[in-house]
Design a protein around this ligand. Structure first.
Ligand code: ZN
Length: 276
């Protein structure tokens, strides 16, 4: 079994300082979080930007640039920029930030009903974002909110818009998307191509059981306040605590933790000798 890659998703688009004082909002707060989480065992950071004045999701290129450059200067983490649509649904708003050439970017391969809105990802938009990632040598993380999105991701390889082996992230337990059950986790894992790698991301109270399942089944783990702000019922948490708990769980189950450079090899971002 590969060593465990831990992705930290520290910010997302939704939690505000009012919901939890621990969510990093400004570029500097996000970079500080990245440094701390790398020290605890994270290998990948999933990046969103927020408008510092009102904490709303931002598609501002300058903010993404400040965050990415800070993380690249101060850590060895794999940077994974979100191309999610909460800060603006249009292609231009979601693709511009790819020019920063992060090592990875998220790519949602279908549409889904969020609890409060429709998250629209048309076939044309998916193809366009995938083409940009291919041209810029950015590895997509296929964000899977439902099983049908797996076949849409595989179709990108068939169309020459993505290169196998693919990497998937199963976003489970969001109301309107696939429920976070172990049956569904096994089903998703068995539905992706055999050479693909995968990460589980449970929303809210689903985060802990889904990463436990992933650790045991050879997947990888995503934690962070984007998906879940509680350590347990009624007790707020920090990104650092969530990474720390993931490391402890992995150690309990006898799974080693991947460093960022080891994660690069697992994801095919680097060759087994470490060269690019
Ligand atoms: Zn995200």
């Amino acid at each position: 079994m590969d060593k465990l890659m831990i992705t930290v998703a520290p910010t997302g688009s939704l939690p505000t300082k009012k919901a939890t004082p621990h969510v990093p909002i400004t570029p500097d707060e996000i970079v500080r979080t990245a440094v701390a989480c790398e020290g605890l065992g994270a290998s990948i950071i999933h990046i969103h930007a927020r408008n510092p004045d009102d904490e709303t999701a931002s598609s501002d290129y300058a903010l993404f640039a400040e965050i990415c450059q800070g993380i690249e200067a101060e850590t060895n983490l794999i940077t994974q920029i979100s191309t999610g649509g909460r800060a603006g649904m249009h292609y231009d708003q979601r693709s511009e930030r790819l020019r920063l050439k992060p090592e990875m970017a998220s790519l949602t391969t279908g549409s889904v009903n969020f609890p409060d809105s429709v998250y629209t990802n048309s076939p044309q938009l998916i193809d366009a974002l995938a083409a940009d990632m291919l041209a810029l040598d950015i590895k997509p993380e296929m964000e899977i909110f439902d099983a049908s999105m797996i076949s849409n991701a595989v179709a990108l390889v068939e169309k020459g818009l993505a290169i196998a082996p693919l990497h998937f992230d199963f976003v489970m337990g969001l109301r309107g998307a696939i429920p976070a059950t172990f049956d569904n986790l096994v089903y998703l894992k068995n539905t992706i191509p055999a050479d693909a790698t995968w990460t589980a991301a449970g929303i809210g109270k689903a985060q802990l059981p889904m990463i436990a399942g992933a650790i045991l089944m050879g997947g990888h783990a995503r934690v962070g306040l984007e998906d879940n702000i509680y350590f347990k019922r009624g007790q707020l948490t920090t990104n650092e605590q969530l990474v720390e708990r993931t490391v402890q769980l992995a150690q309990t189950f006898g799974r080693e933790i991947a460093s960022p450079d080891e994660a690069r090899i697992i994801l095919g971002l680097a060759k087994p000798d470490g060269s690019i």
